[in-house]
Design a protein around this ligand. Structure first.
Ligand code: TYD
Length: 216
C-alpha cells in the first residue's frame, strides 16, 4: 500500500518559529523515506509574489485615507486568490501522489491577520471564511503559541526588514485572534504547540502531534 498523503499547516505570529520547524519536520520525514513538499503562503506563484511586494511596501496600494498600507479587504482577497491557485497548481497534485505537504501559513493566517487589521475585527471572520470556502481543510494545523514579546525579540535578532504586520501591538492582537480559533472552528484539527520551548522540545511536540493522528 502506498503511504498516505497528509496536508499539515504551520500557523503562528511573526517570529513564532513556524519556518524553522517546518524545515526540521521536512528533514525528519524525509529521513524516514517519505516524499515531502515544503511550501508557504504567500506562495511562490504569481499572486504570492505580488503579495510579498505589498508586504515589503515595494508595491504601494494607495488608500482612501492617504495611507500606504493596503486595506484589509484588498489583502484578504489577494491571499484567498493566492491560496486557490496554490492549492490547484501545487498542493493538491502532490497530495494526490501520496506526498506529505507542509505549508508554512494558510487560511488561519487570513483569519487571524486580516480580522486583527480590519475595522470590523472578529465580525469579519464569517466573510473571511466564505472567501476561503473552497480551500481544502488540512489534516493537521499546528498552532504555535509564543508570548508576543518573545516573538518580537526573535524578529529583532533575525534583523530582516520589517513587514507591514510586524508591529508589536498588532502582533498581540493577532496572537489573541489565533488563540480564539480552536474554540470557534471546532471541526478543524488544531494542535497547540508551546513554541517558547527549545527547538528540540518543539520538534518533539510536533512529532507527537503527527503520531497521534497516524501521520508517519
Ligand atoms: P512571513 O510568513 O513572515 O514570510 P517571510 O518569512 O517571507 O517574512 O510573511 C507573511 C506575512 O503575511 C505574515 O506577516 C502573515 C501575513 N499573512 C496574512 O496576513 N494573511 C494570510 O492569509 C497569510 C498567508 C499571510
Amino acid at each position: 500500500m502506498s503511504p498516505k498523503s497528509a496536508f499539515i499547516v504551520f500557523e503562528g505570529i511573526d517570529g513564532s518559529g513556524t519556518s524553522t520547524q517546518a524545515e526540521r519536520l521536512a528533514s525528519r520525514l524525509r529521513e524516514k523515506g517519505r516524499a515531502v513538499h515544503l511550501t508557504r503562503e504567500p506562495s511562490d506563484g504569481p499572486i504570492g509574489v505580488l503579495i510579498r511586494q505589498a508586504l515589503r511596501r515595494r508595491l504601494v496600494v494607495p488608500t482612501a485615507d492617504g495611507g500606504r498600507s493596503p486595506r484589509m479587504e484588498t489583502m484578504a482577497l489577494l491571499f484567498a486568490a493566492d491560496r486557490m491557485d496554490h492549492l490547484e497548481c501545487e498542493i493538491e497534485p502532490r497530495l494526490e501522489r501520496g506526498e506529505i505537504v507542509l505549508c508554512d501559513r494558510y487560511l488561519y493566517s487570513s483569519l487571524a491577520y486580516q480580522s486583527a487589521t480590519g475595522e470590523d475585527g472578529e465580525a469579519s471572520i464569517p466573510w473571511l471564511l466564505e472567501l476561503n470556502r473552497y480551500a481544502r481543510t488540512p489534516d493537521l494545523v499546528l498552532l504555535f503559541d509564543v508570548p508576543p514579546a518573545e516573538a518580537g525579540r526573535r524578529r529583532a535578532l533575525r534583523g530582516s526588514d520589517e513587514e507591514i504586520f510586524e508591529v508589536d501591538a498588532l502582533q498581540e492582537r493577532i496572537a489573541r485572534a489565533y488563540s480564539a480559533l480552536p474554540e470557534r472552528l471546532r471541526d478543524i484539527p488544531f494542535e497547540r504547540i508551546d513554541a517558547s520551548a527549545t527547538l528540540e522540545a518543539v520538534e518533539v511536540a510536533i512529532l507527537a502531534a503527527l503520531e497521534a493522528r497516524g501521520i508517519r
